[in-house]
Design a protein around this ligand. Structure first.
Ligand SMILES: [Zn+2]
Length: 434
């Protein structure tokens, strides 16, 4: 029988062998190989990899590789994810590859076949929110106290772990209880995010009861070189500051570039939307017929009915008509719009970590993209200190390069900062765009 050492040494061969049958048509990047190797060695791993890098393959592969090489029992991965839309997307793509996966929610929202399949251990990857895992009593005996999962779980991945820090206290207190999992499973933990600071990492590890030296770090400076950064301390209205894009929308209609415009409040969403609609007139509708399905402009915020939210998201990703969404930060996480070209911030983000997450939604397909920041003075008052200080320094031109400033802020101990040095030496930054 294959020993752990054999598996660790030869897993890339196994991967190449099973590639075709699992529809995995890609070369793994060095960081992905590092993460997977740590997990197969039963080590814990903290992975900070840029948006769009391909983090999910890091938790998808280990259980599959183990199932391919050790046949005396079945291996499972539990994936803790903050958003349902994100989980459903992942489950769909895993199943399409032939990796049996499911999403665990409230039982009344699930079909009997899936529930029975979970009890019998038929799914290799099980996606769930922390609430479903820890708060739904009927799942506890199945997932936390059964032999199938007690013996078989080889990996627990906590995806988008920055939400532990951003949401933990009020919004999703269950995130703070994930540390309990360590008393049920002795498997590898994989903690994933695209953006992290040293303070955040320390807090996240503390919440999960991990010491710094119990975690292998795999990380990459989260640069997104295809996104150009612009900022402006404008004194004009949003309609005037965004005139360049409104003209594009008006003249190009459904072929204009795709944009999301973040404003700070729901009230502002409505106002900006009304102003833009007035500017566009008939041009706000793809082929002139004034029906909602034909609008090139939409709003999105937390007070919208969930059916409307879903309609906006699916139109933006699929219908080739909708070009621009005016939204609050409620729009974004878990939404994958590869051809999004422009992200605008009318007012500051709450923190540098959140700003970079929001910016990172642009240019996922690798095409040139743009991010425009308008740090309105009144919005600076209500944000985290790091964002406050960034805006203050930008205002007084104390920052030689916005990109370098952000990336240095997001460099954690142990990360190789050579990309930042390269950017510094490029000297092409004129600070209006960098
Ligand atoms: Zn720059």
């Amino acid at each position: 029988m294959a020993t752990l050492n054999d598996i660790v040494c030869s897993w890339e061969n196994t991967f190449n062998r099973i590639k075709r049958s699992y529809n995995l048509h890609y070369h793994l990047k060095p960081e992905q190989i590092d993460v997977i190797t740590h997990i197969l060695r039963n080590e814990n791993c903290f992975a900070v990899l840029p948006t769009g890098f391909g983090k999910s393959i890091c938790y998808m592969l280990p259980p599959v590789l183990l199932n391919e090489t050790i046949s005396d029992k079945r291996h499972y991965g539990l994936i803790i994810s903050p958003l349902r839309s994100l989980m459903y997307d992942q489950v769909r793509s895993c199943n399409a590859m032939g990796i049996k996966s499911c999403c665990i929610t409230r039982k009344k929202d699930m079909d009997t076949e899936t529930i029975e399949g979970i009890k019998k251990g038929l799914f290799t990857l099980l996606f769930m929110s922390p609430e479903a895992l820890l708060f739904i009593d009927s799942w506890r005996p199945i997932l936390l106290q059964s032999k199938i999962y007690g013996d078989g779980v080889c990996l627990i991945a906590i995806d988008e772990c920055h939400v532990l820090e951003l949401w933990g206290d009020d919004f999703r207190p269950t995130y703070r209880m994930l540390g309990e999992l360590r008393s049920h499973f002795s498997c590898s933990f994989l903690i994933l995010t695209a953006t992290c600071t040293n303070v955040m990492k320390r807090n996240i590890l503390k919440q999960l009861y991990f010491g710094e030296n119990e975690m292998q770090l795999v990380s990459k400076v989260p640069d997104r070189p295809n996104i150009s950064l612009y900022y402006k301390f404008g004194s004009l209205s949003i309609t005037e500051e965004m005139a360049w894009y409104l003209r594009e929308l008006k003249s190009d209609g459904i072929t204009a570039r795709k944009a999301i415009i973040y404003v700070r409040t729901i009230t502002q969403c409505g106002k900006v939307f009304a102003n833009f609609m007035a500017y566009l007139g008939n041009a706000a509708y793809g082929d002139g017929s004034k029906v909602i399905q034909n609008r090139i402009l939409e709003v999105y915020h937390g007070a919208l009915a969930s059916t409307d939210q879903e309609r906006v998201v699916s139109r933006f990703s699929q219908d080739n008509v909708l070009r621009c969404i005016i939204c609050t930060v409620a729009f974004g996480m878990g939404v994958n719009i590869p051809d999004l070209n422009i992200v605008v911030h009318w007012g500051c983000s709450n923190s540098i970590v959140e700003y970079w997450q929001e910016v990172g939604r642009a240019g996922r397909n690798g095409d040139p993209a743009e991010a425009h920041l308008f740090p309105l003075p009144r919005t600076v008052l209500h944000v985290e200190d790091d964002m406050k200080s960034l805006c203050e320094q930008l205002k007084h031109s104390n920052i030689p390069c916005l990109r370098v400033h952000i990336l240095e802020h997001l460099t954690i101990k142990g990360m190789n900062p050579h990309i930042i040095d390269e950017i510094k030496h490029r000297k092409s930054c004129d600070m209006k765009s960098c």
